[in-house]
Design a protein around this ligand. Structure first.
Ligand code: NAD
Length: 349
């Protein structure tokens, strides 16, 4: 490639900053690095932790997410490229991967005053942002938006299967019981260590309304438990369809649907524990799985009612969605083209 072509290509690259290089942030950073139409300008950490050191080792420029904490990095001997304000000035878009509701505070404090586009994650409320995203459900709605939230891991997992079923057969109503992992493997902060906790105690849970932020016409009610596991979430879905279909037809539909992977208990994949081992052998970084893992042999129908189980790899399922959301907000690439590109670069079938 000639130098002029190289420079032209580079000037078109979408410049991305990651605010919060934690579980989601580091995965998004690595996924962005694999795209030929975007580049990472830098990532932030708020404290001089091992992850801050790893970010530098991985080749990312490190910025301090809280300007008042810059000296803590100096004292720890970690070299910064600046603070969050320096990073903002160099980016087309920020991916906010900070915990809980901090994203909504960062919107007011940093992104809005600087007029910079930003993507937020699942814990930030839809109402604080005004637009939620799932690539298969509503890619085009993010076009031209300044602020968009990628829905949570559970909502992503539900939207993919329910969106595909609704499009193919019509979903009259969906009832879902979620079994949520207590904590991510890398965190020792939350529980339960033992026990099965209705969480939230109220039924319906907030997960159903969250699906409506990307599939607004769906009739869905959800309830949820939290259990002492770090290995993925699991869902039990009970769905009334507009018409009768066979289990075989549903299996065929799911096999054709992007970002769904069929797994079988008959092959020894009987729980999320075996699925984690399966993921470890799959060969992706950090044993990430970007797909819903649908138990093929759980798919059953009775009349127009459909039942099945799926597992949701919470740390990685939203990563391809963040990549597509960047393209939806910052380019004129279509949904199909973006998803295909993302799938190819991340090794998704
Ligand atoms: P995390 O705790 O692993 O990482 C959060 C990062 O943000 C850390 O690096 C932390 O240092 C940094 N941070 C803290 N305060 C900050 C601030 N004021 N400004 C900027 N950065 C700050 O959390 P996570 O699991 O990556 O979750 C991030 C978001 O992604 C949350 O909204 C969460 O709900 C969502 N999410 C998490 C998962 C999951 O399973 N972990 C799945 C889907 C969505």
């Amino acid at each position: 490639m000639h130098l002029s072509e190289l420079l032209k290509k580079r000037s078109k690259m979408i410049k991305v900053g990651i605010n919060g290089y934690g579980t989601i942030g580091k995965r998004v950073a690595d996924a962005v690095s694999k795209q030929d139409d975007m580049e990472i300008v830098g990532v932030t950490k708020t404290r001089p932790t091992w992850e801050a050191k790893n970010a530098i080792k991985a080749g990312y420029k490190l910025f301090c997410g809280i300007p008042d904490n810059v000296n803590n990095f100096k004292e720890a001997g970690i070299e910064l490229a600046g603070d969050i304000n320096d990073l903002l000035g160099q980016c087309d878009i920020m991916i906010d991967c900070s915990p809980k509701k901090i994203g909504a505070e960062n919107l007011e404090k940093y992104y809005k005053p600087q007029g910079i586009k930003a993507i937020y994650q699942g814990a930030v409320k839809h109402d604080a942002i005004g637009e939620s995203f799932n690539a298969q459900s509503n890619y085009d709605s993010a076009k031209g938006k300044q602020n968009v939230r990628v829905v949570s891991c559970n909502t992503t997992g539900l939207s993919r299967v329910l969106g595909a079923l609704d499009k193919a057969y019509g979903v009259k109503k969906a009832r879902v019981v979620l079994v949520r992992r207590a904590s991510d493997p890398g965190s020792s902060k939350s529980g339960p260590v033992d026990g099965i906790v209705p969480n939230p105690i109220t039924v319906p849970s907030h997960h159903g309304p969250d699906v409506l932020t990307v599939l607004p016409k769906l009739n869905i009610v959800t309830s949820a438990f939290k259990v002492s596991s770090t290995f993925m979430h699991a869902h039990s879905l009970m769905i009334e369809l507009d018409k009768e279909v066979s289990a075989e037809e549903v299996k065929e539909l799911f096999k054709k649907t992007p970002r769904l992977l069929m797994v079988n208990s008959s092959e020894g994949l009987t729980s999320t524990a075996e699925l984690m081992e399966f993921a470890r052998d799959f060969g992706r970084p950090r044993y990430d799985m970007y797909e819903n893992l649908v138990w093929e042999d759980s798919i059953g129908v009775e009349g127009n009612e459909l039942y099945f189980f799926q597992a949701v790899p919470q740390e990685s399922i939203v990563i391809p969605e963040n990549i597509d959301c960047i393209r939806a907000m910052c380019s004129d690439v279509s949904a199909e083209e973006s998803m295909e590109k993302t799938n190819k670069t991340l090794g998704i079938k």
